[in-house]
Design a protein around this ligand. Sequence first.
Ligand code: HEC
Ligand code: HEC
Ligand code: HEC
Ligand code: HEC
Length: 171
Amino acid sequence: MASTSNRLALCALAAIAASLGAFLYFFYLWPQPKGPEQPIPFSHNVHSGIKQIQCQYCHPYVAYSNFPGMPPVEKCLHCHNYIIVNHPWIRKEHEYARQGVSTPWVKVNVIAEHVFFNHQRHVNREVACEECHGEVKASQRLPQKLWRMGECITCHQKRNAALDCWLTCHN
Ligand code: HEC
Ligand code: HEC
Ligand code: HEC
Ligand code: HEC
């Protein structure tokens, strides 16, 4: 009798240990998922990290409007009419310009449709881009990110921001 329940307890312990191990593995060691392939393999590392171009140069409305803005082809060509003009990816950029179409960048940050998110309030309160977007300057390709309510709330708790989210974040 006693030995059966001991064995059961051992089994339960082993199961807990195994699932804890699996959790830690997936949490810390599973390779970071890469984001979707972009039409042109644009590197934030090259532009923001090495060449130190300001975020706002390419995303100019982030502090003023609900939409940060994505750089139009013309903005790339301000530089790339002179820099590595014959690079195959830059030729592709010239091709978009000639056809008058914008580069079909794939969106990587996804937020539930009914959640209202506004950069303006955050940027003006000096929440750094990196706090929400990670080390953009170090990435070759941005990872996909599905925003969950929990992330908003964790930081709001830490910063004493509004927690009454059903009123402030949902419209
Ligand atoms: C302010 C100037 C500037 C702007 C604006 C700019 N680039 Fe660049 N880009 C550079 C420089 C400098 C390099 C590095 C060139 C080298 O390695 O010799 C570069 C490199 C690149 C490369 C190849 C290098 C690599 O490994 O990634 C691509 C592709 C590229 N840019 C695409 C773009 C696109 C697309 C845009 C618009 C969204 C853009 N660039 C906007 C300056 C600029
Ligand atoms: C030379 C122009 C340029 C600069 C400088 C730049 N970006 Fe970008 N950014 C882009 C382009 C082009 C894309 C779309 C392609 C991609 O996702 O990599 C993009 C995409 C993004 C996205 C993902 C948008 C989405 O789909 O959800 C974020 C977040 C972002 N940039 C943040 C930053 C931050 C933070 C900085 C400064 C550290 C910065 N960017 C500097 C051109 C730029
Ligand atoms: C408080 C968190 C937070 C901060 C700080 C923040 N972002 Fe974002 N960003 C988000 C979320 C959430 C989204 C996705 C929601 C959306 O697309 O409206 C997003 C989306 C974006 C996009 C894609 C927009 C589009 O139209 O697809 C760009 C570009 C971007 N951020 C750039 C920046 C830059 C540059 C900074 C710093 C100046 C910054 N963000 C600071 C949370 C943040
Ligand atoms: C890294 C920290 C951080 C993250 C992540 C974050 N926020 Fe915030 N949020 C703040 C700060 C700081 C303020 C400014 C509070 C103030 O103005 O007093 C703020 C303000 C707001 C406000 C305005 C509140 C008011 O009373 O006017 C809304 C709405 C909001 N955030 C929504 C969101 C949503 C939705 C998300 C998730 C997609 C999010 N936030 C993620 C830090 C964050």
